[in-house]
Write a protein that binds this ligand. Sequence first.
Ligand code: NAP
Length: 541
Amino acid sequence: MNADTSSGVERFDAVVIGAGVSGLYQLYRLRELGLEVRVYERGGGVGGTWYWNRYPGARFDSESYSYAYSFSDELLEEWEWSEHFAAQPETLRYLEFVADKFELRRDIRFDMTMTGAHWQEAAREWEIFFADGSRVYARFLITAIGGFATPTLPAIEGRDSYAGEAYHTAQWPHRPVDFAGKRVAVIGTGATGVQVIQEVAKTAATLSVFQRQPNWCAPLLNRPITPEEQRRIKAGYKQIFALCNETFAGFMHQSDRRNAVEVSAEEREALFEKLYGEPGFGIWMANFRDVMIDARANALLSDFIARKIRSRVNDPAIAEKLIPTNHGFGTRRVPLETNYYEVYNQPNVRLVDLRETPILRMAPSGIVTTAGAFDFDLIVFATGFDAVTGGYSRLDLRGAGGRRLVDKWAEGPRTFLGLLHEGFPNLVTLVGPHNAATFCNMPRCIEQNVEWVTRLLARLRAQGRTRIEPTPAAEDEWTAHVLDGAARMLLTKVDSWFNGVNRNVAGRDVRRFQLYANGLPTYRRRCEEVAAQDYAGTVIA
Ligand code: NAP
């Protein structure tokens, strides 16, 4: 298998779509294998999510050193994180550093938007189409588009009539945006909205936060890494990655083996208090093991967080508006915050509760709610994404016999390991739906995904095989495993992108679970078993 340009047509062993954390690593590994690989990237640079999401306040919710690639000791030694939770510019610099260090850019084409791909059975290859009208061919098509490839604007009447400055957080300009002296609105209070609100409140003349549903937020407690900590981090990388690989979602936080409903009130309060005072996702990931599955346990934790919110917001009526009442703590993605609740004590900040006064429409000068018209100089849309499967539904992906992936997934995703697809030979979806990487400290799962795929391609190559496809039975079994595991989790009972709900997108109002909630260790074990049984559940030809 080789790149063939003799006929003016480019042919590759593998084409990877996306030059973010997963695409960069997949390129590195497949090149090492001796394959001809080309990466196509929609953006003008590497970084994926960290290239696009350059809104003020964007930063890790993972400990920086747990997010780093683990595959190169040299890289681990050379790179130094400045903060426990690095901000977006630093993460982008890191990924640029990785691309330069391993000379990855020479096999990446930027500003190339893939629009679709059709499987050609006779030639056993994918014909891949781009927005500029060009096409290439590849034996394997590996999507590395992440879970957040498709930002969504709010479906509000008259949205495009607004005449002031307006930005979606994931399409942020590459120049500085100044909020000073401006009347600013932020729509959305998810993990992104919370980060941007904290930052904008510092300089805007006025900030109006349009909140449809509050989320349960917890303190990030970021700080610089001291030289002594730096030394310990570098000496301890092996243990950090080993710990992450043992935990449910690849973070440095291991769940407490006790049940919240079985311990005394004092013991319970002590753990809640301890975790609330510690940095990062411990309050979500290192809590009592029943808080994500037992509604009584979850109510105890939610009540604790509600008390914290009341203690931090001066106006009791505003505090109540900031406390979720329709879902429990951790059943949607927990935004991590730095003085988020205190922002609402500032005189320049106003909370608009859209449950009381819904938005009627947008107008050239601002936003009209049932309480009246508000004029703004700048509006930030922190309104999220058509997450996970949404990135695929915009692509014209057609498998064997011209079958479309959107049709296959019409009732929800069906996959094998979240990586391979019956009817779509040689299509590999890194971070795909029903893949552990969707609910994970991403690089930990991405490395697992990439290494598994690399071994598979090496095996096919060694035996001169050119086609792999999972069986319908293997896909049925995997889908049942994913959905059975999720059924016990409280997070499947709530509207969120976890369940594919996005009311700004037609047809996305039905809950269809898109993640993998059996945990990274189980996922890893299942993938290993499949490989050890010579890719049982697939047909290799
Ligand atoms: P999101 O969680 O989907 O939040 C979107 C927000 O916009 C919600 O508050 C939603 O309200 C609101 N919204 C959407 N449409 C609206 C409308 N028409 N009118 C009013 N409000 C509307 O999206 P996100 O905050 O961008 O986060 C997405 C994911 O990205 C996160 O869950 C996380 O996985 C990832 N992320 C990671 C980091 C990090 O690691 N540091 C940071 C940011 C984001 P409703 O809740 O009522 O729908």
